[in-house]
Structures are given as C-alpha cells and as structure tokens.
Write a protein that binds this ligand. Structure first.
Ligand code: TEU
Ligand code: CA
Length: 538
C-alpha cells in the first residue's frame, strides 16, 4: 500500500486550553497544563492534538478574538511555554495543530485600532467599512451569528464596519491583497516554529460580497440547525453574501502554496455554509486548496442510521482529492453523550459511538472529555460566560455546557485547579473523572484506548474506502477496504437488541475491538445487543 500522510485517518484530540488543566491556580487552564498532561494524551492513542486559540486576546469570544497573532496570551503562558509544548509533544510523537482565526480580528488588534481612526490611514481599507444608508441605518440586511445586525457604527469614520460574530470581532477585508499578505505572514510565523498544521476557523467567512447585496430570506421550513433559536433572525436568511464568496477559493490556494513549503503540514478548514458538504468538496478539490474539511454534519440532533449513511455517502460522492474529517463534539455544540441520548448518558452508547466515529472514512476530531463520556453540563445563568448564550438565554443556553473544566480526579474542582474555575464542574462529571475511570477495566476511558489501539492494526480502518450496506434502522453497517484488506463494521444505534442478515456468508471469525458490547454472528445473521458493535474481516 502506498504510504499515506500522517493526517489521513488520524485521530485528532481537541483541547480547549481554558478548561484542560490549570497550573498557576488562577482558575483557567494554560499551556503548561497541557504539557503536564501529555502522557495522558499519549495514553489515549491519538495521533495529534488541535489546541483551540491561546493567542493574545481580550477573551470576548474566549480566544477567537485575537489581538496579536504572534504572541501567547499571558493567561495561557508565553512563547517559551509554547516552544516547550511543541518539543514535548513531538518527543512523544504527537503532532500539533493550532487554530488560526483569520476572517476577523479582535477590535483591540493594532490593525483595527488604526483602521477605525479615520477614513484615510495606512490600514483604512483593512476591514470592511461601508457608509450608512440615506436614513442612517446599516448598509444592508446582513446579520451577526451572535445576534443583531452584522454592522456596527464607528463615529470617528462615520461609517459602519462588518462583524459576522461579536461586535468585538471586526471582519478583515480579504479583497485587500495587503491583508492577505500579512495574514499569510502570521501563518508562516507558526510554521517556522514547527507546528504540524492548522484548523482554520470559519474559513469560508474571509471574503464578503463587495457589492454588499442583501442576503435572501430563507423559507420558514428551512430555519433549523445548530444553535437555532426562534429569537435569532440569523436563521431566517441565507448567507450567500457575507460569506462563501468565490474569491475565497483562490485564497485557499495561497494558503496551500505556503503550506507546501513546509512538507508534512496540514490544513483543516472549518466550513459552515448553507450547503456545507458541497462547499467542503470545493474547498478541498484539486490538491491545490485545503487538505481536509471539518464536517458539521454529525454535530446535529439527528443520529439515525439512515441520516449518518446518507450524510457520509453524500460527502463521498462529492469529495474527490480532499479528505473528510468527522466529529461528534466540539467546543461549540452540545456534547454528543447528551445530544444523542434519550435518557441521560449511556456508557455503552458512548463506547459504540467512539468506535463508529473512528471507523468512518476520514480523520476524526475527538473533543476533550469525549473519552470520558461526559455529558453536557448544566450551567446556571449566573455562571454563564458565553456571550452567545447570554444573548439568547433561555431559548439557547450558549456553549458553556460543553466547555466546563476536565475532571482529573473527584477531589476539589476535579484537580483542574485549586482555585475557583472559570466555569463550575458538574457533579456527574466528577463521578466520571479520569482517576476513577483509570481503575476500572470496562470504563469508557479504557474502552476508548482499547478501540484506538486496536484500530491502528488495520490499515483498512485508517485509510480504506467506505462502502455502505443497506440495513434497516437501527443498524448502520459498512465495509472499509484497501486492496489488501476488507473489514465489516456494524453498529446498533438503539438500546434494544437488533439483528440483520448478511447477503453472503462471512468466511472469517469476528474481530474483537472491545472487551464488552459485542455483536454475534451465526448462519449469516448478525445479532447486535443494544448499543453494540460487530467487526469482521472478509
Ligand atoms: O465557529 C464558527 C461557526 O461557524 C459558528 O457559527 C459556530 O457554529 C457557532 O459558534 C455556533 O455554535 C468558530 C469557532 O469554533 C467559535 O467558537 C467562534 O465563536 C467563532 O468561530 C468565531 O470566531
Ligand atoms: Ca492558569
């Protein structure tokens, strides 16, 4: 088999640094905390870590508002800490992917500070500025994802600036080649430091429609999806014009050209658009744009076998050279252990989901705490930090419930910090803490390790093609195959026993990735206990 790139079929562990491990006891996780836990990360069997932003930031969007792209925020440490993180991770053969938030900066960034002063200055065209309509209102109907119009008035220029997210996150003007050059320079700064790749935040938001056309209205039946809230009119529009402009694709080529100078580095684009699978296929086509697209499609509430099958097939049929990257959880959505369960977190279901995710064709991102089966934490309004949740409470409670600190032990604050953590730890998270799960052979944590270790032995599961078998609910079944190897993967997505008949006899013994929740095979029939898996080689 041809040698594949390290990132193809890799398991990428996402770290939200604020909530991972605090070392100086200010209640906020930091880079030295990640370094202290590298042996734990290694023990999981993951290939890489993706660290959410740790750059200098006023933290209005907890690091996704950057005021200096080349420095570490003092809350998280300093450049020497980051250098040590790279060195220590690489020593353990763990790759490092960092977040790059390119589409917008913080309003405290020096570029914006200059740009907003006057109509004529060196950076006057670095952001998206526009005059008011005759009646003084915003230039058009574009809306911010986090609520309200996407335009904010700047009295000094007597103009509006564009922000797709918070008012404190002004949008850079990528139509300006100077902006692109400086952004690429910032990326190169980190390449020179030796990072292995980038997760490119909201990468389809870089270019806006220069004609500033109004976004079209969305029919009522289409107003749904992640973070949808009846009182957020963002869901009532298509957003063709404030993101996903055709020029974006050329910019992806500029990024790829830069990465090609640093062999082995990878780009993972976060692309969320109306038709994200088709857009992802475009963004990763022809081997001259992004390497991988991060799919949002399994961050949904729907988890029927049919939905998963159709989603993966749809992407497979469109994506050519590009490589998919799947995830069930991240720092923006309700944790999968709660989102896809009907009656509270079920350990067998969580184990099965880890196996399922890591058996799909593509790379996978697993979010910190997913290996413990953590559910979404309840966060009271008084403790809420996420501005998105504060605006839309209680219809949408924001993203804090998936951002609470890691429970390392069941001691004070889960041994995350000896000081009051920035978000409280949930009691049921302490029950699922790492030190407790380490001790039990059938814990979610140990099943996670067991599965990821087992998976590495089978190249078909890492880089093979995927071919679905037409099975009825609640069973999802597919083959993964390379020229040399063919593996059957079956999952029961329900809590009740289910069975299905294979069209042809399997002439091999079942494989055993997990000590528990296993299916059985007899006379062409596969019987799957609730939330179990079945693997076999053909
Ligand atoms: O998210 C981009 C994005 O597409 C958001 O719409 C996301 O879906 C939203 O947070 C709803 O859950 C990225 C980051 O992942 C997010 O944390 C940032 O807040 C956002 O960019 C702005 O930088
Ligand atoms: Ca700290």
């Amino acid at each position: 088999m041809a040698k594949h790139n390290w990132w193809q079929g890799a398991v990428i562990y996402q770290i939200y640094p604020r909530s991972f491990q605090d070392t100086n006891n200010d209640g906020i996780g930091d880079i030295p905390g990640i370094i202290n836990r590298l042996d734990y990360i290694k023990s999981l069997g993951v290939d890489a870590i993706w660290v959410s932003p740790f750059f200098k930031s006023p933290m209005k969007d907890f690091g996704y508002d950057i005021s200096d792209y080349r420095d570490i925020d003092p809350i998280f440490g300093n450049i020497a800490d980051f250098d040590r993180l790279i060195e220590q991770a690489h020593q353990r053969n763990i790759k490092i992917i960092i977040d790059q938030v390119l589409s917008h900066t913080s309003d405290q960034h020096a570029w914006f500070n200059e740009s907003r002063q006057s109509l004529i200055n060196n950076k006057s065209d670095w952001y998206v500025w526009a005059d008011a309509k005759q009646d003084g209102t915003a230039p058009n109907n574009w809306l911010s994802i986090f609520g309200g119009p996407a335009w904010h008035w700047e009295p000094r220029r007597k103009q509006y600036y564009l922000h797709n997210f918070l008012t404190e996150q002004p949008d850079l003007n990528f139509h300006n080649p100077e902006v692109r050059a400086h952004v690429l320079d910032n990326i190169e700064f980190w390449l020179k430091k030796g990072v292995d790749g980038f997760r490119l935040d909201a990468i389809n938001f870089c270019f806006h429609d220069e004609k500033l056309r109004d976004n079209p209205a969305k029919p009522e039946k289409k107003r749904e999806g992640r973070g949808f809230s009846e009182d957020n009119p963002y869901a009532f529009q298509y957003h063709y014009y404030n993101n996903t402009q055709p020029e974006n694709l050329d910019f992806m080529k500029e990024i790829r050209t830069l990465l090609n100078q640093y062999p082995g580095t990878v780009s993972l684009g976060e692309i969320s658009s109306e038709d994200s699978l088709a857009t992802m296929a475009q963004y990763t086509a022809d081997e001259d744009k992004l390497h991988m697209g991060y799919s949002f499609e399994l961050l949904t509430d729907d988890y029927s076998a049919r939905y998963i099958r159709e989603t993966v097939q749809c992407l497979e049929s469109q994506m050519l050279e590009g490589w998919p990257c799947w995830a069930f959880s991240n720092h923006d959505v309700t944790r999968v252990a709660s989102r896809w369960s009907k009656n509270g977190v079920n350990s067998e279901q969580v184990k099965m989901l880890t196996a399922l995710l890591a058996s799909l064709r593509g790379s996978v991102c697993m979010y910190q705490g997913e290996e413990l089966g953590l559910g979404e934490a309840e966060v009271n309004f008084e403790d809420l930090q996420d501005p998105y949740g504060i605006t839309f409470w209680p219809n949408f409670k924001g993203r804090d419930g998936c951002r609470t600190p890691m429970p390392w032990t069941n001691q004070l604050n889960g041994s995350f910090s000896s000081n009051k953590p920035w978000l409280p730890l949930a009691d049921d998270h302490l029950e699922k803490c790492i030190s407790t799960q380490e001790l039990s052979s059938d814990s979610i944590l140990n099943a996670y390790r067991e599965f990821l270790t087992w998976r590495k032995i089978y190249p078909a599961l890492v880089t093979g093609n995927i071919e679905f078998i037409d099975t009825p609910e609640p069973i999802l079944a597919f083959w993964r195959h390379t020229n040399a190897q063919k593996i059957l993967c079956c999952f029961n997505l329900s809590d009740a026993v289910a069975e299905f008949k294979m069209p042809n006899a399997l002439n091999s013994t079942p494989l055993s990735p997990l000590t528990h929740n296993k299916g059985q095979y007899q006379a062409n029939k596969i019987t799957l206990p609730g939330f179990s898996c079945f693997y076999a080689m053909s």
